[in-house]
Ligand binder design. Structure first.
Ligand code: SD4
Length: 328
């Protein structure tokens, strides 16, 4: 029996991705194709300064993109880290999955792989992203200041100026799709934390952290402070929760609660973590560690089960685990 397609994605820019993803699904596309095409919409958009073209660079001023894709029916996965010359890292990740026996390629050799596979190199910086970097350098005086005092002053206090500048500068797109055949896929693509240490790869391309799919259960995808979320294998935990009988909403809240419990509370005050989930019956859920990642970035996520995606206020938890806002 055909399934009603569903597409979900993180953040307000997930609305455009959902519209593309759901339109493809409604025309019979596979969840995998819909994920790639929807992620490409965000990757190509220079106005999104945390994904693909126009993404903010590392501390050396070089844009390094991370992405991964996972296919439910085959349980296949592909990922790339620190891509510097191509705007659509999720498409390179898919090629890794389909053209190699491997899962994860990184750095210069991932760029070489893309070139060999026929991807055309493109400029990743925009005037806006270059100006933002110059501004950051002026504020922070030298890129290496960020390397080891990231969010902390030398005496160990939280450096609020630095923390605010990072918090305002990251928002990955995570995506999950359910197609008309009842198959699932997920994707995650990002420029990562702005001004990161060169070579740093976050959670987004790490299978089980930035995304995970079990075609018999559901999928999940994450956004936020990857250096924290990786320590909790957040996406895997959410899918496992659903396998154990939690609703997608309960599974997201449980995983966020786990993350909050495992690390000192002050870690969570500045850099948020958020997760979305889609069960194989089309039920959805989402939760975050806080109401937003900065004053201008309220935690929101998009869902499409019709041509008009809906932008939801995401639920979030306080460090003591109480839900402050909830879906419906
Ligand atoms: C990372 N998780 O590189 C990404 C960044 C992000 O919202 O999602 N920001 O850690």
């Amino acid at each position: 029996m055909p399934t009603q397609p569903v597409f979900i994605a993180t953040w307000p820019f997930g609305v455009a991705a959902c519209a593309t993803g759901w339109t493809l699904l409604s025309q019979g596309a596979s969840a995998l194709d819909a994920i790639e095409a929807a992620a490409n919409v965000t990757e190509d958009d220079p106005a999104v300064n945390s994904v693909g073209y126009g993404g903010l660079p590392n501390a050396d001023g070089v844009v390094e993109l991370d992405a991964a894709i996972m296919d439910g029916p085959t349980h296949g996965a592909g990922a790339v880290g620190a891509i510097t010359r191509f705007r659509r890292p999720i498409s390179i990740a898919r090629r890794v999955m389909e053209a190699t026996p491997h899962v994860f390629l990184v750095g210069e050799n991932a760029d070489r792989f893309a070139l060999a596979q026929g991807f055309a190199p493109q400029e990743l910086s925009t005037d806006v992203s270059r100006a933002a970097y110059e501004n950051w350098r002026r504020e922070r005086s030298a890129p290496d200041v960020a390397h080891f005092t990231y969010g902390k002053t030398t005496d160990g206090d939280v450096d609020r100026a630095s923390a605010a500048s990072v918090a305002a500068s990251h928002d990955t797109i995570g995506l999950c799709a359910l197609d008309a055949n009842g198959n699932l896929a997920a994707g995650c693509t990002t420029s990562g934390m702005a001004w990161k240490v060169p070579g740093r790869v976050g959670d987004s391309p790490v299978i089980g952290s930035g995304l995970y799919v079990d075609n018999a259960v559901g999928g999940a995808a994450a956004t936020g402070n990857g250096d924290e979320m990786m320590k909790a294998c957040l996406s895997y935990r959410v899918v496992l929760g659903m396998e154990r009988g939690l609703t997608p909403q309960q599974a997201c809240e449980e995983a966020i609660r786990y993350l909050l419990a495992k690390r000192p509370p002050e870690i969570h005050h500045h850099y948020g973590a958020a997760i979305i989930a889609l069960r194989r019956d089309g039920q959805v859920g989402a939760a975050a560690t806080q109401s937003g990642f900065s004053a201008r970035n309220r935690w929101q996520w998009a869902v499409a089960n019709s041509p008009a995606p809906v932008l939801n206020e995401g639920s979030y938890l306080t460090p003591d685990g109480s839900v402050l806002a909830r879906l419906d």
